[in-house]
Write a protein that binds this ligand. Structure first.
Ligand code: ADP
Length: 319
C-alpha cells in the first residue's frame, strides 16, 4: 500500500497532515507513532476513507482507492479501535460475523469463519461465541475486535491505539499474542500508538510523525533508536533509549567471551543466542549474576557479561 503526497486540511485551516508519502510492504506491520495531535489517526482514517483526503492518492493492491466506493473499500480493510466498538446487543459470534454478513455469506460459512477466528485469537468458541460483550474482560473484548477485523480476510488491517484501553499487564500479553497471530496471518498492518515502547515491540518499521503529519523518520525500530535522523526523533526517542536499544539488539557470537568448557561455573544463568540483550540483562539481574551462559540450542557457545551488555558499541543497525 502506498500513500502519495496525502494531505488533510480542515475547513478552519488546520493542516492535520501536510504532505505524507509512505509505502507499506505486503505483510509488513508499520507503526505510526508521534505526540498527541500529530495526525496519526487522521492518516489511518484517510486510508479507509472515514476522512476524505484534501489531496494526494492512496494506492492499495495496485488500485487507486482515493475515489473508490468507501463502503466497499471498508469491507476490504479491517479496522480495530481503542474501545473496540463491539455491538453490545449481539453475541461474540455475531460480532465477528459482521462483515461476512454484509458480504452475503451463507450462515454456515459465517459461523465456521467466526469460530475459526475465535480459535485463532485464543477464545474457545464453545465458551465464548454465545456471550455478549459485557460478559468479557477488556482483553477478551480486544481479541474479539481483532477477530472481527480479520473476518473477511481484509487486504489491510488498521489499528488505532488497539491496546490502550487494557491494563499494562494484559497489554503486554495481548501484544505478544498479537505478534504470534501476525506471524501466522501476515497481514499488511498500519497501527497507531502514542507509546514508543509499543511501537518498538510491534513494528517491523516505525513512522515517526511530528505535528502536521510530518514524517520525521521511517525505519526499523533498531535504526530509529540507533540513528535518530533529526533532533525531533532524538528527543522523542528520549533518555531511556539505551534500554530500548537493548530490547531490539540480538545477542550475536561476536559479543561473547569464549566458552571455557568443563571449567565453567555450573550455576550460571542461561540465555539463548539470538535473544535480546534486554532479555540477557533481565536474566542476569534476576539471578544476581555477572555472567550468563549463552546457548545455541542446547550447546553452550560463550559467556556474556553484564559489563559487556552495558558497553556494547552499537554498529549501524540498519535492518
Ligand atoms: P493524533 O491521532 O496524532 O492524536 P489526529 O489525527 O487526531 O492526531 O489530529 C490531527 C490534528 O487535526 C489535530 O491538531 C486536531 O486538532 C486536528 N483536527 C481533527 N479534527 C479536526 C476538525 N474537524 N477540524 C479541525 N481540526 C481538526
Amino acid at each position: 500500500m502506498t500513500l502519495e503526497s496525502v494531505r488533510k486540511q480542515y475547513p478552519d485551516g488546520t493542516v492535520a497532515v501536510g504532505d505524507l508519502s509512505l509505502t507499506v510492504k505486503a505483510g509488513e506491520l508499520v507503526v505510526l507513532v508521534g505526540p498527541s495531535g500529530c495526525g496519526k489517526s487522521t492518516v489511518l482514517r484517510m486510508i479507509n476513507r472515514l476522512i476524505e483526503p484534501t489531496s494526494g492518492r492512496i494506492v492499495l493492491d495496485g488500485e487507486d482507492v482515493t475515489r473508490a466506493d468507501p463502503v466497499r473499500l471498508r469491507r476490504r480493510i479491517g479496522y480495530v479501535i481503542q474501545n473496540v466498538g463491539l455491538f453490545p446487543h449481539q453475541t461474540v459470534r455475531a460480532n465477528v460475523g459482521t462483515v461476512p454478513r454484509l458480504l452475503g455469506w451463507s450462515r454456515p460459512r459465517i459461523r465456521g469463519r467466526a469460530d475459526e477466528l475465535l480459535d485463532l485469537v485464543g477464545l474457545d468458541p464453545a465458551q465464548f461465541a454465545n456471550r455478549y460483550p459485557h460478559e468479557l474482560s477488556g482483553g477478551q473484548r480486544q481479541r474479539v475486535g481483532v477477530a472481527r477485523a480479520l473476518a473477511a480476510d481484509p487486504v489491510v488491517l488498521l489499528m488505532d491505539e488497539p491496546f490502550s484501553a487494557v491494563d499494562p499487564i494484559a497489554r503486554t500479553r495481548l501484544q505478544e499474542e498479537f505478534l504470534r497471530l501476525q506471524a501466522d496471518v501476515r497481514k499488511t498492518i498500519v497501527l497507531v500508538t502514542h507509546d514508543l515502547d509499543e511501537a518498538v515491540r510491534l513494528g517491523d518499521r516505525i513512522a515517526l510523525l511530528s505535528e502536521g503529519g510530518k514524517l520525521q523518520q521511517y525505519d526499523s525500530p533498531a535504526a530509529l533508536l540507533g540513528e535518530p535522523a533529526t533532533p525531533f526523533v532524538r528527543e522523542f526517542v528520549g533518555a531511556d533509549r539505551g534500554i530500548r536499544r537493548l530490547a531490539v539488539t540480538a545477542i550475536t557470537a561476536e559479543m561473547l567471551a569464549p566458552w571455557p568448557g568443563p571449567t565453567a561455573p555450573t550455576d550460571l544463568p542461561t540465555v539463548a543466542l539470538g535473544s535480546s540483550l534486554y532479555d540477557a540483562l533481565a536474566v542476569l539481574l534476576t539471578a544476581n549474576a555477572d555472567e550468563a551462559r549463552v546457548v545455541d540450542g542446547t550447546e553452550p557457545v560463550g559467556l556474556l557479561s553484564r559489563h559487556r551488555i552495558l558497553s556494547i558499541d552499537y554498529p549501524a543497525e540498519r535492518a
